[in-house]
Ligand binder design. Structure first.
Ligand code: T3D
Length: 263
């Protein structure tokens, strides 16, 4: 049987490919378990300085596998249990990973699959891809952080309509509305995403991790708290070899060679 997640370790970064193409990479317990383990490994490995997440086949992910039998409580499906056990930790893993996560949305991203993409740091999408808040169509509420991320990305009015109407957001709309970084031609998506991830893997990872952490706090912090956080993070970055290297390289008019390490 094919692995449900393909883990391709490259020089300084890792490519994770959701691999259940016959079900548009819908999530079952096995895929959740494999992805969680791969993200934990990436987090613990100092040599891994960036992550690329994508899907095999014609879809990115159709969210929860609706054919998987949910666990039950009192004879009723316990969807909250699935969210609590798998989706919430997954979103927090992506959010807290102190290194950049690039997402290449190669095709339809529906339900939790769409919101998973929005939990990544830099999202590229194939021109043919679309993002679908598929929840209302099956009587559910958006999960996986969608009600937190989407209004912040595209604004409240668009988020409400997308979630209540369940109309797809095209890749072009997603880019124009600010939900993703950019649209690529379908046949260029993966090479562009790999190039970007490989570039990020050569950058000052410690500083990028703190940049991510600062941004994660941005919309829920006061200006004073955020200024304090920036000051603290800048102090820490100032003690790194990468800061010394960045300044030295600038002065010598040569490209910097960053280690990614903290002080
Ligand atoms: O436990 C919990 O449920 C709580 C957590 C919830 C999180 C969620 O993500 S809830 C939302 C779940 N996802 C959906 O409701 C999306 C369902 N899928 C679709 O609406 C459509 O498949 C798409 C719009 C994504 C794509 O449509 P289309 O026409 O391009 O493809 P298709 O023909 O519908 O699907 C292709 C195959 O994938 C098909 O199998 P078949 O007939 O060829 O054997 C289809 O059944 C399968 N598939 C698609 N989505 C899912 C799926 N199988 C299982 N689960 C899916 N989510």
């Amino acid at each position: 049987m094919d692995p449900v997640l393909l883990v391709d370790r490259r020089d300084g970064w890792v490519k994770l490919t959701l691999n259940r193409p016959a079900r548009l990479n819908a999530f079952d317990d096995a895929l959740h378990t494999a992805l969680a383990a791969a993200l934990d490994e990436a987090a613990a490995d100092d040599a891994c300085r960036a992550v690329l997440l994508t899907g095999a086949g014609r879809g990115f992910s159709a969210g929860q596998d609706l054919a998987a039998v949910p666990s039950s409580v009192d004879g009723a499906p316990d969807l909250g249990g699935v969210v609590e056990r798998f989706y919430n930790p997954l979103v927090l893993r992506l959010h807290r990973l102190a290194k950049p996560v690039v997402c290449a949305v190669n095709g339809v991203a529906a339900g939790a699959g769409a919101n998973l993409a929005f939990a990544c740091d830099i999202v590229l999408a194939a021109r043919s891809a679309k993002f679908l808040q598929a929840f209302a169509a099956i009587g559910l509420v958006p999960d996986s952080g969608g009600t937190w991320a989407l209004p912040r990305l595209v604004g409240d009015a668009r988020a409400r309509a997308l979630m209540m109407l369940g109309e797809p957001m095209t890749a072009e709309q997603a880019a124009t509305w600010g939900a993703i970084w950019k649209v690529c031609d379908d046949d260029a998506l993966l090479s562009e995403a790999e190039r970007l991830t490989a570039h990020l893997a050569t950058q000052p990872t410690f500083a990028l991790g703190l940049t991510k952490e600062a941004l994660n706090h941005s919309s829920t912090s006061s200006l004073e708290a955020q200024l304090h956080r920036e000051c603290d993070f800048q102090r820490r970055c100032g003690r790194t070899d990468d800061y010394a290297e960045g300044v030295a390289a600038f002065t010598a008019k040569r490209p910097p060679v960053f280690t990614g390490r903290g002080a």
